[in-house]
Design a protein around this ligand. Structure first.
Ligand code: AHM
Ligand code: MG
Length: 335
C-alpha cells in the first residue's frame, strides 16, 4: 500500500472544480485504464511481436511501430466507449475522428499521443502517453475547429503516463499537479506524488545536442551558457536526454532544470522543432505551469498560442521558471 493510501478514483472524487460534475473524473479514469492496458503491452511487446514497424508512415512522416498503431486503437476505442468524448486528435491519425453519437452538450474533445518516445520502443527504453482534454463548445461537425484550434490555456485537464520501472500517471485539472503510481499487484493507481512543485531552478538541461549545428545562434548561446562554469549559478549544468519527452519532462518536473526542443535555423522542415502543439507542448505546458514552472517557445508562452493546424509543430523551452526565463533572455537578445 502507498504511504498515502489514496487511490486515483478517490482523489478524483474528492477534487472539486472542473472535476465536480463527475464526467471529467470518469474520463480521466478511462484514460488511466488505457494506460494500464498499454503498460501491460509495453512490458511484453518483445514477446508478442509488437516491436516492429507496420510499414506505414504517419502524418508526421515517421515510420509507424506496431505498438504505436495498437495503442492508438486502444485509446480511440476506450474514449469512444465513455460516450463522453465527441472528437479525438491523435499523433497517429491524419484526420480528426468524430464519434457522432457522443456529440451532445457537455461532451469533450481529447488530443493524445498514444506512445510518446516511439524511437525507444525497440531498445526497452521508457515510453509514455500524453493527453489533453477540452470541453466541446461548438456545434455540429464544425465544432472541432472552434474547440481544438484554441489556446492551451483553455484545456480542462491534461497529463501524461510514464511507462518506466513503475507506471506513473501525472495529471492536472487546474488545481495542482498529482502523480499516481500503479500498484500492479492490486491494479490500482495510488497517490505517490501529491501537489508536485517544480523547483524554481535546476541543475540539468535536456536537449538533443546532436542538433547543435542546426540551431540558430541564440539557441547555441543559451546551451553554451548552461554548459560553461559560472560562480554562484550552479553551472555547468548536467546534461540528461532520454529522447522520450515524457521521461525527460518527468525528471524536469521533479528535479527542475530545462527541457528544450528548439527550432532549427532556416526555413526547413524542423524550423519549428519537432514537437506537436496540441498533444505534446500544450498538455506538458499546462502541467508544468500548474506545478509553478514555465513553458515557452523562447519568445511566447506556449499556452497563449492559437493553433492553426491540428498537427502543428512548435519550438519548446519548458521547465523551471528561472531556467526557462534565462533561455528567453537569450532569445530576446538580452544576454
Ligand atoms: P514521437 O511521439 O514520435 O515519439 O516523437 C516525440 C519524441 C519526444 O518524446 C522526444 O522528446 C523527441 O521525439 C525526441 O526526438 P529526437 O530523437 O529528434 O531527439
Ligand atoms: Mg508518438
Amino acid at each position: 500500500m502507498s504511504l498515502t493510501g489514496i487511490t486515483l478514483s478517490r482523489h478524483l472524487l474528492d477534487d472539486q472544480g472542473e472535476l465536480a460534475d463527475g464526467d471529467l473524473a470518469a474520463l480521466l479514469m478511462q484514460i488511466s485504464l488505457v494506460a494500464r492496458i498499454i503498460s501491460r503491452e509495453v512490458k511484453r511487446a518483445a514477446l508478442v511481436g509488437m516491436l516492429g514497424y507496420t510499414g506505414e508512415v504517419n502524418v508526421q512522416g515517421e515510420q509507424v511501430r506496431q505498438l504505436d498503431l495498437w495503442s492508438n486503437e486502444v485509446c480511440v476505442n476506450a474514449l469512444k466507449e465513455t460516450r463522453l468524448v465527441c472528437t479525438v486528435v491523435s499523433e497517429e491519425m491524419e484526420n480528426l475522428l468524430h464519434f457522432d453519437r457522443n456529440c451532445v452538450a457537455g461532451s469533450y474533445v481529447v488530443c493524445f499521443d498514444p506512445v510518446d518516445g516511439s524511437s525507444n520502443i525497440g531498445v526497452n527504453g521508457t515510453v509514455g502517453t500524453i493527453f489533453s482534454i477540452r470541453r466541446r463548445r461548438g456545434e455540429g461537425r464544425e465544432h472541432a475547429a472552434a474547440d481544438l484550434l484554441r489556446k492551451g490555456s483553455e484545456q480542462l485537464a491534461a497529463g501524461y503516463v510514464m511507462y518506466g520501472p513503475s507506471t506513473i500517471l501525472v495529471y492536472t485539472a487546474g488545481r495542482g499537479v498529482y502523480g499516481f503510481t500503479l500498484d500492479e499487484s492490486i491494479g490500482e493507481y495510488l497517490l505517490s506524488h501529491p501537489n508536485i512543485a517544480i523547483p524554481r531552478r535546476g541543475k540539468i538541461y535536456s536537449v538533443n545536442l546532436g542538433n547543435y549545428h542546426r540551431w540558430p545562434e541564440q539557441t547555441r548561446r543559451a546551451i553554451d551558457y548552461f554548459n560553461s562554469p559560472g560562480k554562484g549559478t550552479g553551472r555547468p549544468y548536467s546534461l540528461r536526454y532520454v529522447g522520450t519527452m515524457v521521461s525527460d519532462m518527468h525528471r524536469t518536473l521533479l528535479e527542475g532544470g530545462v527541457f528544450m526542443y528548439p527550432g532549427e535555423a532556416g526555413e526547413g522542415k524542423k524550423s519549428r522543432g519537432k514537437l506537436r502543439l496540441l498533444y505534446e507542448a500544450q498538455p506538458m505546458g499546462y502541467v508544468v505551469e500548474q506545478a509553478g514552472g514555465r513553458a515557452s517557445t523562447g519568445l511566447e508562452r506556449i499556452l497563449d498560442i492559437e493553433p492553426s493546424e491540428y498537427h502543428q509543430r512548435v519550438p519548446l523551452i519548458i521547465g523551471s521558471a528561472d531556467d526557462v526565463a534565462i533561455v528567453e533572455e537569450f532569445y530576446r537578445g538580452e544576454r
